[in-house]
Unconditional design. Structure first.
Length: 100
């Protein structure tokens, strides 16, 4: 799967998470995933809980529009971002410059 894929009600994104980072950030990674750096540790879902608002802010959607669909305990996670497909795909492409 590429870093993002359009769905009927939003986009699905793949994110590689680096917990316990000195600063939080979200951006382009490889063609297969975005990169998220989180200050939270990977203990008891803390990193997952920190990832949702970071992704919501990056895609300018409410936190309730972001859901974890795979990778609960893995570094590589899949999330669904609910919203206007064209707008969300445009934001995802903007992270990569010309697109992916």
């Amino acid at each position: 799967m590429p870093a993002w894929a359009e769905r009927s009600d939003g986009i699905a994104i793949a994110v590689r998470v680096t917990p316990r980072s000195s600063r939080e950030s979200f951006g382009a990674g490889t063609d297969e995933h975005f990169i998220a750096r989180l200050a939270a540790p990977p203990i008891e879902g803390a990193a997952n809980a920190a990832l949702v608002p970071l992704v919501a802010k990056a895609f300018d959607v409410p936190k309730r529009a972001v859901s974890l669909i795979a990778g609960d305990t893995a570094r590589l996670k899949r999330l669904h971002v609910n919203g206007d497909v064209a707008t969300l795909a445009g934001i995802a492409a903007a992270f990569y410059g010309a697109g992916s």
